[in-house]
Ligand binder design. Structure first.
Ligand SMILES: [Zn+2]
Length: 107
């Protein structure tokens, strides 16, 4: 069985957006939630897929994060509303963009 190599972060697969986080209850294990925007807020829903179903190549790209931000006015990575004009234009906040670049550069 392949061990999962994904890191905490935001992923996309089959048109859905997923958030992988460290589990608060189980040290060293990861939890996955499906992200959904409802009435302008980012909601975390139970995921139909498992962390093991993701690979590092499913990590959200800058373009995908920007498309999400432009569509919903929310940063795909942290769920905050994009208000700064530069962030609105980019579709992603500056901290999250840096994180995303680091995460994608790490693979
Ligand atoms: Zn963000």
């Amino acid at each position: 069985m392949p061990t999962t190599t994904v890191e905490p972060g935001v992923y996309t697969k089959d048109g859905q957006v997923y958030e992988v986080k460290q589990s608060r209850r189980f040290a060293g294990s990861l939890t996955i939630k499906r992200l959904e925007v409802s009435r302008g807020k980012l909601r975390r829903r139970p995921s139909p897929i498992r962390v093991e179903d993701l690979s590092s190549s499913d990590a959200i790209s800058e373009e995908q994060a920007a498309a999400f931000g432009h569509e919903h006015g929310i940063c795909a990575c942290c769920g905050r509303a994009l208000s700064d004009p530069e962030s609105v234009a980019k579709g992603i906040g500056p901290v999250c963009l840096a994180n995303l670049r680091r995460m994608r550069g790490a693979r």
